[in-house]
Design a protein around this ligand. Structure first.
Ligand code: GLC
Length: 610
């Protein structure tokens, strides 16, 4: 070796090699050290968008417009096709379904995005519609119909903030909520996702949730405990004929502007970053192909500057070939396509349609500009990965307290003959019956752990029966029989009836009758002659006109979620009823609004008996 060093030729080569390595190394360091304008958080977001957009190829732009289901994609595909977004559909959870499991999954996909040439982070979306309801152990709040009954918009803001924390704790920066449907027919399977039938009420809920999820100012969005909201479903989801989900809605633009649009106008003013298009048609035209409501009204007139996302494969019914569907959707103003499985075909169509001039490049740029704007606002370029410091807040006692308050305030007292309520905590033998008395899954309803929800102990929580047992004085007898057998000899019977979980079209029901199981339990209790209190756990009013005369008291509990303790808090008098009907309670299904059993806004209290 030493002879080499004395060789002048070798020394020259060695020197050259050293200089070369040094040069490449410093060049590399300078490139690495050189932050491109779009990567500089000190620059205004609009400048960062324009710098990045100018660097993007058509393939990279089209990729941003695709939202695939996480179960139908890999990190490698996210990288290869520059995908802009992934989602978890209802129940699409990692194993283990824990905050760490969620964070690991999200970060796995995010690494694919961050391995692309321009390192544009993914935005991951999920239906956190009554808490982080896909995540086991999360707080499941009352569904929106119950929150509408509270009329407490500060509470709803706090629920949004708690939900945002729990969603971010799992690495997710975007929820497909709130649903701000103005429901017109309780036969609709998504009635419980609506805050109610009255425009002003729904509008206030829209603003409260947007502020809770996102914060009061756009700058708050980049906080590690805030998430992007999604106003949905635009527009007319709760106004279809006969309440058929995803059906035909027929109304004038004047009526739409008076009744359905205000929740969007005020939600956008509150800063909502995304809007989801609805499955229904308006006067025969698919919302996903309706340029007038999207381009003209939402973007031009309302100056909405976030992005518009479709519903699940929502473009498929736009008409013609699938290529035609993609074309009509993008040209109508849709920016991101939720295309869970056939996303590669959709992506290729966007690219081909643009190359052939059937989608203008300016339209693609508008879509991508909007998507990037939300990602920059969320701080995803600076912090693309999960912030695991929030894990401790997930499912915390503090969060459960907010949910218990919401349950209390959502309860509506419909009848209280001879003031049988509040019940004393001692001195009475209490009999409890009904399929919904001791079933966390039933009291949570749809969109809970699974898309359709599920009966049984599907996630940690307190059932209504457990809440009763927690509340009565030690030694007070509380007996339970789901079928109502054995009531005789008790001082009072509490029968908890209602619906079992459902979601979307599976919940469409043109009868709204009590089911056989409830009738069986009610009958058995009736035969005992024991004074009866009925608690209805359901996503909407049920037809009880013939039965209610047999009941001393009736409470509408809606779908209270995991904190069933809130029911006992009120029926034993620790708190008064304050809930008011957010929706007319019909006497017959044929005429929901005429001669109602109880009108919109009705609700008794311990001091209010009429
Ligand atoms: C569903 C629902 C929508 C939800 C989306 C993603 O079909 O209509 O509310 O956000 O798909 O799960």
């Amino acid at each position: 070796m030493s002879q080499l060093l004395h060789n002048p030729q070798y020394r020259k080569l060695a020197l050259l090699a050293f200089v070369l390595v040094l040069g490449i190394g410093s060049a590399f360091i300078s490139v690495q050290a050189q932050v491109l304008p779009y990567q500089d958080p000190a620059l205004p977001i609009e400048a960062r968008i324009e710098d990045l957009l100018a660097r993007m190829t058509l393939e990279e732009k089209a990729g941003q417009m695709i939202q695939a289901e996480r179960a139908a994609s890999t990190a490698g595909e996210v990288k290869k096709y520059y995908l802009g977004s992934l989602l978890s559909g209802g129940g699409s959870a990692p194993h283990p379904n824990t905050p760490a499991g969620w964070c690991d999954m999200i970060d796995y996909f995010q690494k694919g995005a961050m391995a692309t040439r321009l390192q544009i982070p993914l935005i991951y979306g999920i239906d956190a519609v009554h808490g982080h309801n896909n995540a086991k152990g999360a707080i499941m709040f009352p569904h929106n119909i119950g929150l509408g009954a509270t009329g407490d918009f500060d509470l709803i803001r706090r629920i949004g903030a708690v939900t945002a924390k729990e969603v971010r704790a799992t690495g997710i920066p975007w929820t497909f909520a709130p649903c701000i449907a103005v429901v017109h027919n309780p036969t609709w399977g998504r009635t419980y996702e609506s805050p109610g039938e009255e425009t002003d009420l729904v509008t206030k809920v829209s603003v409260a949730f947007t502020q809770g999820f996102q914060g009061e100012a756009i700058a708050d969005l980049s906080r590690n405990d805030k998430i992007a909201a999604c106003l949905k479903h635009y527009i007319g989801d709760g106004a279809t004929d006969y309440g058929v989900n995803a059906g035909d809605a027929n109304f004038t633009e004047e009526w739409m502007r008076e009744v359905l649009l205000p929740p969007y106008i005020e939600g956008i003013k509150a800063g909502a970053q995304t809007v989801m298009i609805s499955f229904n048609t308006i006067n025969g035209l698919e919302c996903h192909a309706n340029g007038h409501i999207i381009n003209d009204i939402l973007k031009e007139e309302l100056k909405f500057d976030g992005f518009v996302v479709t519903d699940w494969d929502g473009i498929n019914d736009n008409g013609g070939s699938y290529r035609d569907c993609v074309k009509s959707a993008v040209n109508a103003g849709i920016d991101m396509i939720m295309v869970p499985n056939r996303w590669l075909e959709c992506l290729k169509n966007i690219i081909d349609l643009t190359k052939k001039g059937e989608i203008a490049p300016e339209r693609i740029d508008d879509a991508v500009r909007r998507i990037l704007r939300v990602k920059f606002r969320l701080g995803l370029f600076e912090r693309p990965y999960a912030d695991r410091s929030l894990n401790d807040s997930f499912g915390s006692a503090e969060h459960r307290t907010v949910a218990r308050e919401a349950v209390r305030k959502s309860l509506v007292l419909l009848k209280n003959d001879k003031k049988i309520l509040p019940l004393p905590k001692t001195g009475k033998k209490i009999f409890v019956a009904g399929k919904n008395a001791n079933d966390i899954g039933n009291q949570c309803g749809g969109w809970t752990i699974a898309w359709q929800g599920q009966s049984g102990n599907i996630t940690p929580g307190v059932s209504i029966l457990e809440g009763i047992k927690n509340t009565v004085a030690p030694g007070t007898v509380v007996n339970y029989d789901v079928g109502g057998k054995g009531a005789k000899g008790h001082d009072v019977a509490i029968v908890v009836i209602g619906e079992t979980p459902y979601a979307e079209s599976k919940g469409d029901d043109q009868l709204l009758d009590l089911d056989v199981e409830d009738r069986y339990a009610l009958n058995n209790v009736k035969k005992s002659g024991v004074p009866t209190i009925v608690i209805i756990v359901s996503g909407r009013p049920l037809i009880v006109t013939d039965e209610i005369k047999n009941w001393r008291a009736v409470v509408a509990a809606w779908l209270p979620g995991t904190e069933g303790q809130g029911v006992a808090d009120v029926i034993f008098g620790d708190y008064d009823f304050s809930g008011k009907l957010p929706i007319t309670w019909p006497s017959t299904i044929k005429s929901p609004k005429e001669k109602p059993l109880f009108p919109f806004g009705f609700g008794l209290g311990y001091g209010v008996t009429k």
